[in-house]
Design a protein around this ligand. Structure first.
Ligand SMILES: [Zn+2]
Length: 370
């Protein structure tokens, strides 16, 4: 194929601008040179793409750094941020799973004081979740507690007001009152790690919950075929849903069916990455527990049936989603950028210049621009 075609660009509007998608054959290469020629030389050649910076609502750690480690330092946070940015993520919510008030406060303060512009606030996942095995996932059972406005206030004070998203279980005692309190203060509320009934989910939505956290995970291993906690959220149009598309959390057909049901406009990609992301197989920590990353990219506590976060990089999650759903890159990329930004009420930052190979579904980040 001609050089001009190989340099074809896909430009997606940034920061909530109209979704104008411009394909051109005469755009200059952002890296100042031709891309690596494809050995196939057919219409499926890799091409350069320029996308809005990715926004990740759920990042527990990265590159050997565990955000839930009370010994974490601002320097370690900044080390993780630069590794995260190399995957195209330019804004994200460090996520703290169920933890004691003391540990939460220490970690939240360090993350806030790192003061990096990529940190768009904090995501507090738990402790107001289901205590049951299954829906609780890898969260520590002894630290799960009932939803409580005063407990949240103490955590939000420690975080200097930077908690922007809370994932909770609607059936947690006190949840509805807390949802109303959070929404009144501009904090987004997500449903997750739950065994809620349909009416409990409906009540949470009426109170202001607007997102399902990693839908299809954080629930019982075995469910009634219907109704169940997945269908009730999948069918609720007032809930957006986040998905972990690493090939381990959800099978390909499930990703395809769920995103079709929820629609791309209500779907958000998250990594749920932990310290093992961007690292070789081995043992890492997620808060107080040890977790192992195996050679297939699966992260779990040794001997436990449930996954414990992921080693996913967002650029890989975007490629996987194209592969699993059959959607075009330009329909999937907003799920990792403008859509989560709009959900949080922020703007995307910068651009991701990448090489997209539609034959292998590989999205290789070449450069992250200002
Ligand atoms: Zn979770």
């Amino acid at each position: 194929m001609p050089d001009e075609a190989r340099r074809a660009f896909l430009t997606v509007g940034v920061a909530g601008a109209a979704a104008a998608i411009v394909r051109g054959t005469d755009s200059p290469s952002p890296s100042g040179g031709a891309l690596t020629p494809s050995p196939r030389g057919d219409a499926e050649d890799a091409r350069a793409v320029e996308l809005p910076g990715f926004v990740d609502l759920q990042v527990n750690g990265f590159a050997g750094v565990d955000f839930a480690d009370p010994a974490i330092t601002p320097e370690r946070v900044l080390h993780a941020v630069s590794a995260i940015e190399r995957t195209g993520v330019t804004r994200f919510l460090p996520t703290l799973v169920t933890s004691s008030l003391e540990d939460f406060s220490v970690c939240a303060k360090t993350l806030v004081h790192a003061a990096h512009p990529a940190i768009a606030g904090l995501h507090m996942e738990g402790p107001y979740i289901s205590p049951e095995d299954g829906p609780r996932g890898a969260h520590a059972r002894d630290l799960v507690r009932a939803a409580d406005v005063d407990d949240f206030r103490r955590r939000q004070d420690a975080a200097e007001g930077r908690i922007r998203l809370v994932t909770l279980a609607p059936e947690s005692p006190g949840a509805l009152r807390l949802v109303e309190h959070l929404v009144g203060g501009g904090v987004r509320v997500a449903i997750g790690h739950t065994a809620a009934s349909g009416s409990q989910i409906a009540d949470a939505v009426r109170a202001g919950a607007t997102l399902s956290t990693h839908l299809g995970n954080g629930c019982a291993q075995v469910l009634a075929r219907h109704p169940n906690v997945i269908w009730e959220q999948l069918g609720e149009d007032r809930l957006l849903a986040s998905f972990i598309v690493d090939g381990h959390h959800l099978p390909p057909a499930t990703v395809k069916a769920m995103i079709r049901a929820k629609t791309p406009a209500r779907s958000i990609l998250v990594t749920d990455a932990i310290a093992a992301a961007g690292m070789p197989p081995g043992t890492y920590t997620l808060g107080k527990q040890r977790v192992a990353l195996d050679a297939t990219g699966r992260v779990a506590a040794p001997g436990a049936p449930n996954l414990a976060g992921s080693a996913l990089r967002m650029n890989v999650g975007v490629g996987n989603t194209v592969r699993f759903t059959g959607l075009a890159l330009e329909d999937v990329a907003p799920m990792a950028s403008t859509r989560p930004a709009e959900y949080l009420g922020i703007r995307t930052a910068g651009t991701v210049v990448a090489e997209w190979d539609p034959a292998s579904f590989a999205l290789r980040v070449l450069r992250v621009g200002a």
